[in-house]
Ligand binder design. Sequence first.
Ligand code: GLA
Length: 402
Amino acid sequence: MKKLVVVFFVLISLFASAQKFQNLAMTPPMGWNSWNKFACNVSEKLLKETADAMATNGLKDAGYEYIVIDDCWQISRDSMGFIVADPVRFPSGIKALADYIHSKGLKFGIYSCAGTKTCAGRPGGRGHEFQDAYMYAKWGVDYLKYDWCSADGQTQKESYTLMSQMLKEAGRPIVFSLCEWGGSKPWEWAGEVGHLWRTTGDIGDCFDCFLDQGSWKSNGVMKILDLQKDMRQYAGPGHWNDPDMLEVGNGGMNENENRAHFSMWCMIAAPLIAGNDLRNMSAKTLAILTNPDVISVNQDALGIQGLKYASKEGLETWMKPLSNGDWAVCFLNRSEEAKNIDFDWAKNVVNDDFSKRKLDATAETFKIKDVWSKKDLGTTKKALNASVPSHDVLMMRLSLVK
Ligand code: GLA
């Protein structure tokens, strides 16, 4: 009898700990990560100032919550194998930093790697999985990005499953972000292992180019978008395709391009992890990152990744089914000149096989709002006539008239 009771309680606690992980990231995670702007130049001072900025400049109110420190916070392992933070850059230690971030009502994320070394050559997690998960839980980590360098002889599914189990054993709910760049098609197997997985190599700060990084190339925003094909059925509440962190405000793109980048990340239900200097950004950058109507498309509770409906001469039409019968529609102009749009809703009935949703303006009417200009664009009873500047979008919310 006693044994039965023990088995019962073990099962209940396993179930409770699995539940803790299942209810995380029900909408795409929102936050900030140090890598795109600061690379290895990270410190306790930068992280604290970034948390201060996020808490006061409108980002927190807009829904951003995770402050994630990427590579280079760690320097060695101690004689027992525990990970050691760089004492010069993080003199107060990681626990104090996590406490500070929590005191601002924000959450704290950290970075490591499934291989023996991180991509910047710092100690990786291999062979120390439980020890690291235990430390993260003890420090109060809420989010772990786990990379894939120096992983010779390892397989992604095995290594990430191991770390996922160790995080669960350690018992603190931690959003688990897989970063193996799409090599093993994690969208096919990682739904139960993590909450988001990178789908491509690293993003680069340009609209439609490849940036030379020496032995490899990073992908401009449009290049990344093109690589998101055929995977929307794998995204949903608690498990997201991750096309990499935002480059909005990092200087490589103009205002139109930043707006197009942000809009498309919202249309494809991507995690919104800002990658710029939050302490020092223009009003235009802040306005893009915090637009509530655009963010609500990204954070819609249904969690359906948008679909590319049409593409002609550099003008793409994207659609995203939303809650309450609404839709988001985005015209993306990738070309070098302005494009005119003449779009008859009645002649464009959208049948989305994946979500089983239908946008049929002959059967239902929708009110149209331009989510950037905030203008009322009438209803779907009339064809839409508009112009979209080069490298920009016309993004709209269609609200079902009931
Ligand atoms: C890889 C990842 C990046 C970043 C760096 C850190 O390139 O894809 O996002 O984390 O490693 O070294």
